[in-house]
Design a binder for this molecule. Structure first.
Ligand code: PMP
Length: 395
């Protein structure tokens, strides 16, 4: 990223690490088609094998459990389709009769779930943004074999979900669990066996790797059936010439992210400092998900009376990139359905912005955000003088 800017949108995409950039260029320069028998093919293949080890290690998995895809969107689709239609735990023929998704899943999970031709039911979340386990238990008790999709951490609030507990409930009811771990990977430790998910998804570009590479981890590869058929790549589970450069960059990013996990407390210190300063700048600011365990890097907050799109634009003009949390493809910012699911009123959800930080964030970036946001809020309040708009929210 351009160093003249303050980039605080790591949950949208994380700046590529320089080492990764060099690796991607190297593989593109020296590698051939990984399926070729000659030296160039073997070299590309070796890069992919190494990446498979790195990605598996980041998630506490075995490299044999990793299938590379074009990203998490594809991996979520492959997992859900496989689990719903073709899953065969222990080799038995099996088919789901219903799909349960938490109310705060990413669009790629929601979209893939609805494409399955099965009833889709939404499991509510609490006001703190955690799946309602009592509601889940009740829904599972209604019968039918379920696939549950539950993310490990939310992209907007950073709230961490009790996936292992949910998996226990789902498995006891004869179902299976898919976990989108895209936002958690590289930010908190992940242990695939302990998470107890049947399938789990990671994305390269959320951990400092290039976009266009993702991984699907499966408890057993026999759970999966391919969407793309052809050359037999990825043990026949994802045909198409592998993007060796992006996959290799993904692997290196996974290594670097794993090494940086020990620095998570430095990141959370910056995030917590930001949140304390927000409260000083505007006492009425509400930070979402603080009653739950959260990722160390994410802060989603709102000050009533502000508009999130205007904030994002004003901050952009001040050289600071943040996100409004939820944007549809037209580029129009809507009220976040994640916050709405947490019971946040629509007017407050429309004020919410997300700051997400990571490996290159410094205290100066937080200072710059605070200065720009404070100036914006002061300007808005001056404009609103004479109205009661901000009276309750800020002083
Ligand atoms: N799941 C979550 C939670 C995400 O945040 C994203 C990226 N916004 C995706 C899935 C999709 O990942 P990709 O861009 O690799 O398709």
């Amino acid at each position: 990223m351009d160093s003249r800017w303050t980039y605080l949108d790591y949950n949208a995409t994380t700046p590529v690490r320089p080492e990764v950039l060099a690796r991607v260029a190297e593989v593109m320069t020296v590698g051939g088609n990984p399926s070729s028998v000659h030296r160039f093919g073997r070299l590309a293949h070796a890069f992919i094998d190494r990446a498979r080890e790195s990605v598996a290690e980041l998630a506490g998995a075995d490299m044999e459990q990793v299938v590379f895809t074009s990203g998490a969107t594809e991996a979520n689709a492959l997992a859900l389709r496989s689990l719903a239609r073709h899953a065969a735990p222990g080799g038995r023929a099996w088919g789901a009769s219903r799909v349960l998704i938490s109310a705060i899943e990413h669009d790629s999970v929601v979209g893939s779930a609805h494409a399955l031709d099965l009833p889709v039911e939404t499991v509510p979340v609490t006001a703190d943004g955690v799946i309602d386990l009592a509601a889940l238990e009740q829904m599972l008790g209604a019968g039918g074999t379920a696939v549950l999709a539950l993310q490990l951490a939310n992209n907007e609030t950073g709230v961490i979900q009790p996936v292992a507990t949910a998996a226990e409930l789902v498995h006891a009811a004869g179902g299976v669990l898919h976990c989108d771990a895209v936002q958690a990977a590289g930010r908190i430790p992940i242990d695939f066996p302990a998470v107890s998910a049947d399938t789990l998804v990671l994305s390269s570009h959320k951990m400092g790797g290039p976009a266009g590479a993702g991984a699907l981890l499966a408890r057993e590869l026999s759970l999966l059936s391919p969407m793309l058929i052809g050359g037999g790549q990825e043990r026949g589970l994802r045909a198409g010439t592998e993007n060796a450069a992006a996959i290799s960059g993904f692997g290196l990013a996974a290594d670097l992210a794993a090494a940086d996990l020990s620095k998570a407390s430095d990141i959370s210190i910056l995030r917590d400092d930001l949140e304390s300063r927000l409260k000083v700048m505007a006492a009425g600011v509400r930070v979402f998900g603080t009653g739950s365990a959260r990722l160390p890097n994410t802060s989603c907050f709102a000050l009533g009376g502000l508009d999130n799109e205007t904030q994002v634009i004003a901050l952009d003009l001040a050289g600071v990139a943040v996100s409004a949390g939820a944007a549809c493809s037209s580029g129009k910012v809507a009220a976040s359905r994640v916050l709405r699911a947490m019971g946040v009123p629509e007017s407050l959800a429309r004020a919410a912005i997300r700051v997400s930080i990571g490996w290159a964030t410094t205290r100066a970036d937080i200072d710059r955000f605070c200065a720009a946001w404070s100036e914006f809020v002061t300007r808005q309040m001056a404009r609103a003088t004479g109205t009661a708009r901000f009276a309750a929210a800020a002083h």
